[in-house]
Design a binder for this molecule. Structure first.
Ligand code: NAD
Length: 323
């Protein structure tokens, strides 16, 4: 494989297939981490209001631009609309707040983080708002903000205000996408989902691609990010240390992380691993010249268990989003 990007529908923008995830980067490390990642060669950054570090990540980007390492147009900055801002009167201001935090005047891709409209929380009360509205005693407070209204506002960000170049979705299933495609004037450019050999979601991937929508995989290493968050994250064997993944890594003299990322790349799926360690950052980026063979793929296919780790249900939110 020689290209490391895909062209997005409508704009033809080139989205790098190798990106860098910003979840769980400590605020104090974020500026330096993003700056280092740019030096390593990453050009796509995947952030979110919910990650609570957009301003710090933005500083890393702006430092690199200021020093002439990259130009803004070399970068592909992705971020996400949080659940409490789905109301039609809140989409634009949420995006504007995020742009201000990043210190940018446009995003390359703006995703709806979850198809879950939650009650609005004013940023002066709590930001990022997270899942629970303050004072609600840990139950989710939904808001009747229909997706067609939210999507129309997302479209305005592209067409009217030009705050974003492309729009997309995350954690949507086939039913939610089918409905969205009925009214969307601008089709989503990207669907971002949890995807790894335990949860390959091959039917969804195939169908979504047939709609002209690209896929970004998150949590490529499976349970690694969830070890401290959920029981399933703790109890499921790490993919990075899985015997079968090790076997493939040893055969090609590469790391298990590289095996897992290359597996996704071979499916033309964008990956966004996160690491604050420079060596791992480099390893996760140097995956273009790896060739996995049929045997390797069969071994990886045999890991399928449909185990999902990023599930609101297992966080105790009583929201069976994926059932
Ligand atoms: P990941 O699969 O990138 O795993 C990250 C963990 O693996 C970290 O603990 C890191 O230290 C470790 N790691 C990274 N490279 C390694 C290597 N080579 N060897 C050993 N350990 C290594 O997990 P993730 O953070 O869940 O997902 C990546 C990105 O996806 C996030 O940063 C975020 O941008 C995005 N994401 C999106 C959603 C969503 O709902 N849309 C949900 C989760 C994550």
């Amino acid at each position: 494989m020689t290209t490391d990007y895909v062209e997005l529908n409508r704009t033809g923008d080139k989205m790098p297939l190798r990106g860098f995830g910003c979840w769980k980067i400590d605020k104090k490390d974020a500026e330096d981490t993003i700056y280092k990642a740019i030096k390593v060669g990453y050009r796509l950054f995947d952030g979110a209001c919910d990650y609570g570090n957009e301003a710090e990540c933005g500083r890393g980007i702006n430092k690199a631009i200021k020093e002439g390492l990259v130009k803004r147009e070399d970068l592909f900055v992705v971020t996400k609309l949080w659940n409490t801002f789905h109301g039609k009167e809140h989409v634009k201001s949420a995006c504007q707040r995020q742009l201000k935090d990043w210190g940018l005047d446009y995003f390359d891709l703006y995703l709806i983080h979850f198809p879950v409209p939650l009650k609005y929380v004013d940023p002066s009360v709590k930001y990022p708002p997270e899942w629970y509205v303050p004072g609600t005693n840990n139950t989710l407070s939904y808001e009747c903000s229909p997706m067609h209204e939210c999507w129309a506002e997302m479209e305005k960000l592209v067409v009217d205000t030009k705050l974003v170049r492309n729009i997309g979705i995350a954690n949507f299933n086939c039913q939610a996408i089918l409905d969205l495609l009925c009214y969307a004037k601008i089709k989503p450019a990207v669907l971002q989902i949890e995807l790894h050999p335990y949860l390959p979601q091959e039917n969804l991937v195939k169908w979504v691609k047939e709609q002209g929508i690209h896929i970004t995989a998150y949590s490529s290493f499976g349970p690694t990010s969830y070890v401290n968050l959920t029981e399933s994250g703790k109890s499921h064997p790490s993919l990075l240390e899985h015997e079968k993944v090790k076997q493939i890594a040893d055969k090609h003299s590469i790391s298990t992380g590289q095996v897992l990322l290359r597996w996704a790349l071979d499916r033309e799926i964008c990956v966004i691993p996160k690491s604050v360690h420079e060596e791992r950052m480099k390893g996760n980026f140097e995956i273009l010249n790896i060739k996995l063979d049929k045997e390797d793929n069969q071994l990886l296919d045999s890991l399928k268990s449909n185990q999902r780790f990023n599930d609101p249900m297992v966080y105790g939110f009583n929201l069976p989003l994926f059932e």
